[in-house]
Design a protein around this ligand. Structure first.
Ligand SMILES: *Cc1c(COP(=O)(O)O)cnc(C)c1O
Length: 427
């Protein structure tokens, strides 16, 4: 391996330092592998019970009537996530779209949407109408209320009790911190929150934005009372192979409405050609538990490595994990850029390009992004990004294999090291 490290331009001092950090992570990695093994069994059993066969992979075109492979894939998702029904489609073009469909299908004019976990993911602001937008829920007469987490990250139960009212129809719970500096919610905590909300109002619907959380734990939010869980196939459940798509799993009543909203009232799940993407959706779901485990090991390694060098990391190097995102506060623009250059230089695709900060819609500062992915924009593949403003945090996620994630993180440190931006203590 030494020779390969030198081929990648990784200095012996960097390799040795990383090896020292890694030697302390055996138990953490064993725990990650144990979860992956459970989830692999869960997915495999779902595929067997739903009698997946080679015919499932045949493509369909046009209306997509009688696309049995599409229907079976949806049953596999429903089986694995323990829900009555599932909508898993390439026509759900991304996670935001799947969430927008789930919300707009299950909220009617006069209803109110409540987020009891603070501000939702950026792209949902326009879906909801927090930032005014054409076709937002607000424009259709759906009001929105929000209860922030308490400063220590716990739920503001008094605030939630006060916010739930006769109009409250749907409660949206974001599992991952996304790009906020708050803790990610464990499935157990989501279960407590759902139980509290349903005790206040038994007929309220609870939806979980499950992005980045799938297969990180042995249970999903649908196992602890969520009426719908929603996510993107170019994140965890696509296993890095799905080229497009989103999913909504939940009660038949909720999912039927989502299908009517996605296609047309009366048509629902009966239409929607799957073209030629089904093999990758099946195989990606099959691979996902192990892919997620690799990404998690990368996140844990990055946390421990950068924490040991004195950087603030979230989650920290010993906390339990509930999503695959790792934030590292690098503290300067030079360090943020060097980190991203290292991730880019380790990529299988576009490794020769150098990421540079650039303006991005919706951001008040330039943003730097590193990704060299087989699927454009896929964030289950090794990627890193961050806005160029204090505290110069990088958000790092993914890795189709643990060994690639490891190399990427080593390369990030190498770039910081060779520019004299870190000194390596003895370990
Ligand atoms: C990625 C993400 C989304 C949106 O998904 P896109 O596929 O980027 O539209 C929504 N919520 C969370 C928490 C996410 O991480």
């Amino acid at each position: 391996m030494r020779d390969y490290y030198s081929d990648f331009g990784i200095a012996p001092a960097v390799a040795d330092y990383c090896a020292g950090v890694l030697s302390g992570l055996r138990e953490r990695f064993d725990a990650v592998d144990a979860v992956a093994e459970e989830n692999q069994a869960k997915v495999l059993l779902a595929m067997q019970r739903q009698r997946v066969d080679a015919q499932c992979f045949a493509g369909s075109t046009g209306y997509g009537y009688n696309d049995a492979g599409r229907d079976t894939l949806e049953q596999v998702y429903a089986d694995a996530f323990h829900t009555e029904s599932a909508l898993v489609r390439p026509q759900l073009v991304c996670g935001t779209h799947a969430l927008a469909v789930a919300l707009s299908a299950n909220l009617l004019p006069g209803d109110e949407l409540l987020s009891p976990v603070g501000k939702p993911y950026d792209t949902l602001e326009e879906v909801i109408g927090i930032r005014p937008s054409a076709c937002s829920l607000a424009e259709y007469g759906v009001s929105y209320r929000q209860v922030d987490l308490l400063p220590d990250g716990s739920f503001d139960y008094d605030g939630i009790r006060a916010a739930v009212n006769a109009k409250t129809r749907l409660i949206t719970i974001q599992r991952s911190k996304g790009y906020a500096m708050r803790p990610t919610l464990s499935v157990a905590r989501i279960g407590e929150l759902i139980a509290f909300c349903k005790a206040l109002k038994p007929d309220v619907l609870c939806m979980v934005d499950n992005c980045y959380g799938e297969f990180v734990e042995p249970l999903e939010p649908s196992d602890v009372g969520a009426d719908m869980i929603v996510g993107s196939l170019i994140k965890n459940p696509g296993g890095g192979l799905a080229p497009i798509g989103g999913y909504i799993c939940g009660t038949k009543q909720c999912v039927d409405r989502c299908a009517y909203r996605l296609s047309a009232p009366g048509l629902g799940q009966e239409v929607g050609a799957s073209l030629d993407v089904k093999t990758s959706l099946y195989q990606g779901f099959f691979m996902a538990p192990v892919t997620v485990a690799g990404a998690l090991k990368g996140a844990i390694f990055a946390a421990r490595l950068y924490e040991s060098l004195g950087f603030r990391v979230l989650p920290d190097g010993s906390e339990s994990r509930h999503d695959i995102i790792q934030a590292v506060e690098l503290g300067s623009a030079e360090k943020l850029i060097a980190f991203c250059e290292g991730i880019q230089a380790a990529a299988p695709v576009d490794s020769y390009v150098r990421p540079v900060p650039a303006p991005m819609p919706g951001y008040d500062a330039d943003v730097i992004m590193a990704a060299g992915a087989f699927v454009q924009g896929s964030s289950i593949e090794l990627s890193a990004d961050g806005p160029l403003r204090a505290p110069y945090s990088v958000y790092f996620q993914g890795g189709l294999t643990w060994y690639h994630a490891k190399l990427g993180i080593m390369m990030s440190l190498q770039k910081l090291f060779e520019k004299g931006l870190v000194t390596l203590p003895d370990n």
